[in-house]
Design a protein around this ligand. Structure first.
Ligand code: FRU
Length: 443
């Protein structure tokens, strides 16, 4: 396939020439952001899954690094997380080390012919040089339920109970399972959440974190789980719950089953998880992709793109606590930004096209009807599945931001992110126009 230079984003991470899906092991170490990710080191199709690696100072300009953890023929390296083991609880560090040890907790996906074939269990690797080189733990796996679909461990330090907490999924059961540990090597079961909310698709890539509730002194816990089907725009999507967490059990807020809430209402925002070790800030990155058509994406020589990093907190609204996501988008980020403040009863439409007026991508903010709509059905290459559907996001009825509905549309090669109402509503989509979308018209 000829190279698609015009679709290469400048502020969203893509690999040079390989396949990419979920972000893994997001961690800030000594001023450098590390992004590990699901990749196939051998090509631009899903397979021989491994952890790729990229680093950045500003979350915009990424430098791809050598593959960190590689498929070894009998075991694929599926999604997981990295923690900074400040107190060397794992014992993987040495007293002479001048930096804390990083510990990666990932899913070993055992190939059918291998010992444990057809199962998934959780394994460890560590780095004593700030994430450059990794050693796998000889006693892997450290947590094995004998399950075929037990994966995607996200680990964090829970200060009040002075313990490590892992959330992972039993994907087919639509459950998030919670485990605790004091040394990262041995784990005990704490609780199980689900099925709940959207259960049409398998559950994958959970996260659990505490964030401030803006305008109050309080905090709340957010549980995230991606779902492989039944998402808000068709295909995969990411749901979240708000509640409390005592180190053992996540309890959703309110009485009765909580409503389904989507992190992003676009078709392309999946497997979003947060960084470890960013004190005072909660930063998430998602894969701007959808399993319904991910393998048909016509970019070359790379396939797969990450979302922007987003700073996340909660905001009280008339509809209860809403998750706010604000993009990390410094002035030097080389992307097109289109902004508008739409009056409460108004409608504004942004049409983006190529120089020649082709391949329209249409974003409509209908404040009167209370919806944000993205229509890519005439914008360039159309893929299978739900790709050509129109994505609609409900606006928050009484957002604290005020009477107008503000909207920011970020266009960067093959990916478009829309933020409305100060980030209370987001919508992310891939687009494959025949040339760059350089022309913008508001009506
Ligand atoms: C989510 C996912 C994970 C798995 C990884 C494999 O997109 O299916 O559950 O660990 O991708 O690449």
């Amino acid at each position: 396939m000829p190279e698609t230079h015009h679709l290469r984003p400048r502020a969203h991470f893509t690999t040079a020439s390989t396949w990419l899906n979920d972000p893994n092991g997001l961690v800030l170490v000594d001023g450098t952001y590390h992004l590990f990710f699901q990749t196939n080191p051998d090509g631009a199709v899903w397979g021989t899954m491994s952890w790729g690696h990229a680093t950045s100072q500003d979350l915009i300009t990424w430098v791809e690094q050598p593959v960190a953890l590689r498929h070894n023929g009998s075991e694929a390296i599926y999604s997981g997380s990295v923690v900074v083991d400040h107190d060397n609880t794992s014992g993987f560090g040495e007293p002479s080390d001048d930096a804390p040890t990083l510990v990666a907790v990932y899913t070993s996906h055992y190939e059918p012919h291998a010992p444990r074939g057809g199962t998934e269990a959780q394994s460890l690797a560590w780095s004593r040089d700030g994430g450059t080189t990794w050693t796998t733990y000889p006693d892997n796996p450290v947590l094995d339920r004998g399950s075929s679909d037990f994966r995607d461990p996200k680990v964090f330090w829970h200060r009040p109970t002075a313990s490590w907490v892992m959330v992972a999924v039993e994907a087919l059961e639509r459950q998030v399972v919670v485990y605790r540990s004091w040394d990262l090597r041995t784990w005990e079961h704490a609780s199980t959440f689900g099925p709940a909310g959207s259960t049409e698709g398998v559950w994958e890539c959970p996260d659990l974190f505490e964030v401030p509730v803006a305008g109050t002194d309080g905090t709340a816990w957010v549980l995230v789980a991606s779902v492989g089907a039944g998402g808000p725009a068709g295909g995969s999507g990411t749901q979240w719950w708000v509640g409390s967490f005592d180190g053992v059990t996540f309890a959703p807020a309110g009485a009765g089953p909580p409503p389904v809430r989507w992190l992003d209402h676009g078709p392309d925002h999946y497997a979003a998880v947060s960084f470890d070790n960013t004190p005072g800030r909660r930063l998430m990155v998602g894969w701007a992709g959808n399993w319904a058509y991910a393998t048909d994406v016509p970019t070359s020589p790379w396939v797969g793109v990450m979302s922007l990093a987003r700073e996340v907190d909660l905001v009280r609204t008339s509809e209860g606590p809403a998750l706010r996501q604000r993009p990390v988008l410094p002035a030097h980020a080389d992307v097109a930004r289109h902004t508008r403040a739409v009056p409460a009863e108004g409608v504004a439409t942004l049409t983006l096209t190529t120089d020649e007026g082709r391949d329209p991508l249409v974003v409509t903010v209908d404040a009167a009807a209370g919806v944000l709509v993205l229509d890519r059905s005439r914008c360039g290459d159309q893929l299978g599945g739900p790709f050509s559907g129109v994505a609609t996001a409900p606006l928050v009825a009484q957002a604290p931001a005020g009477p107008t509905v503000d909207v920011l549309v970020v266009v960067d090669g093959c990916v478009v992110e829309v933020y409305a109402q100060g980030g209370l509503v987001t919508l992310t989509a891939q687009v494959f126009p025949s040339a760059m979308l350089t022309t913008a018209t508001w009506t």
